[in-house]
Design a protein around this ligand. Structure first.
Ligand code: HEM
Length: 403
């Protein structure tokens, strides 16, 4: 068992190769083989153990001794204060019983049955957006399709007015990007929390048939009702997580398909196989590109390395999803692959609560797009600058298409 840190710790994050914008850094292939748990220096100013093998990542994400107290992204923020306690209601950062309490309140809203009931609505808005795109000779697939669909769905679920989307989409993007300065991030956060706080005030006074109102009612039946601050944090989490991730997956998946005509033909010929196809795209793309951050509350061994209490770890899910011991020929996108065991939604207690919704949105969006616009193609080669290499969620800023 080793625990020695090298004197010179390499910097994290690594970078994507120019040769393929869908691949993570080639260094992961070497790390998985030779140094599966290795020390890196994160932008937040701490050193962490980078865990790159699939099996070790699953072990990290299920170990109760490894805390989520610094949200999944905080290792990437140069200004992050890692000593701060998580805000009340921050489910992604909560541990143990506090996490279980928040998760119990939400889980009933995201059952497979409830999500399947949304399928006709998702199909309807998908068709409406394609109708609108077909009015012109081309479109920006991000603004005209990939972003509106999950945004509309999460607004409908939460009871957030879709007319307010310009502001909340902008503020979400600032929060999950790492380019804005501290003042801009704080302003975006204040606006989002203020906005949800106001909506929650309205629901407390006058409940409706929406997720926020049901959440309030459900928590009131327990011995610890949610405070307005907890409610606002849960609302912001769902609003941001509910549209950014899926929007990036829809746009990026479309680009992968347009650049892999054989795979595109596979899905076009058999849209009933959209389920496994979406799992493979989730594996291949791993849009939570900088991995998941954890904190050791006790000494723990990970992949033969001794991690001490007080040390940090990064579970590199984009590497685990390319682990050749689990997925043969991992750098090839193969829609026929059985990839449902992927780590794109995380693993363990914090595994994505919205995964079933995201799956349905991606399945409907991609199959409908390919069926209704069979001649879909890129309007121009996409410049490197359009790829979100520095954002917590990988994606493209725009995707000009024509048909
Ligand atoms: C393709 C789309 C999505 C991806 C790739 C994704 C990815 C993830 C990942 C990796 C985690 C685990 C974080 C951790 O362990 O630290 C997570 C958690 C979470 N996701 Fe998603 N997500 C997606 C869509 C959604 C949607 C649509 C919603 C809500 C409507 C959502 C809500 C959440 C919430 C609330 C958590 C925290 C769960 C917990 O801490 O118990 N996500 N997601």
């Amino acid at each position: 068992m080793t625990s020695t840190r090298p004197a010179e710790v390499p910097a994290f994050p690594t970078d994507r190769p120019d040769s393929c914008p869908f691949d993570p850094d080639e260094v992961y292939t070497r790390l998985r083989a030779d140094e599966p748990v290795t020390a890196v220096r994160c932008p937040a100013g701490v050193d962490a153990w980078l865990v790159s093998r699939y099996a070790d990542i699953r072990a990290v994400l299920t170990d109760p001794r490894l805390s989520s107290r610094a949200a999944s992204s905080m290792h990437m923020l140069p200004i992050a204060d890692l000593s701060r306690d998580p805000s009340p209601g921050a489910i992604i950062q909560a541990d143990g019983e506090e996490h279980a309490r928040l998760r119990r309140l939400l889980i009933g809203e995201f059952t497979v049955r409830r999500m399947e009931a949304l399928r006709p609505y998702i199909q309807k808005i998908t068709d409406e957006h394609i109708d609108a795109m077909l009015q012109g000779p081309g479109a920006d697939l991000v603004q005209d399709f990939a972003l509106p669909i999950p945004s509309l769905v999460i607004c409908e679920m939460l009871g957030v007015p879709y007319d307010d989307r310009v502001q909340f989409q902008h503020d979400s993007e600032v929060l999950i990007g790492f380019e804005a300065d501290e003042a801009a991030r704080r302003a975006a956060g204040d606006r989002l929390w203020g906005y949800l706080g106001e909506l929650i005030g309205q629901r407390l006074a006058e409940p409706r048939d929406d997720l926020l109102s049901r959440l309030i009612a459900r928590a009131n039946e327990t011995d610890r009702p949610l405070t307005p601050q907890e409610l606002a944090t849960l609302g912001v989490t769902l609003l941001v997580a509910g549209h950014e991730t899926t929007a990036n997956m829809i746009a990026l998946s479309t680009l992968v398909l347009l650049e892999n005509s054989e795979q595109l033909a596979v899905l076009q010929a058999a849209p009933e196989n959209a389920g496994p196809a979406v799992e493979e795209l989730l594996r291949y793309l791993s849009v939570i590109q900088f991995g998941l951050f954890r904190y050791a509350t006790q000494d723990v061994e990970v992949g033969g390395t001794q991690v001490r209490a007080g040390e940090w770890l990064v579970a590199a899910i984009s590497s685990g999803n390319r682990d050749e011991n689990v997925y043969p020929d991992p750098d090839t996108v193969d829609l026929g692959r059985q990839a449902r065991t992927h780590l794109a939604f995380g693993f363990g207690a914090h595994q994505c609560i919205g995964q079933q919704l995201a799956r349905i949105e991606m399945q409907v969006a991609l199959t409908t797009l390919l069926r209704r616009i069979p001649g879909l193609r890129l309007a121009m080669p996409l410049p490197q600058s359009e790829f979100k290499r520095n954002d917590l969620v990988y994606g493209v800023r725009s995707l000009p298409v024509t048909w």
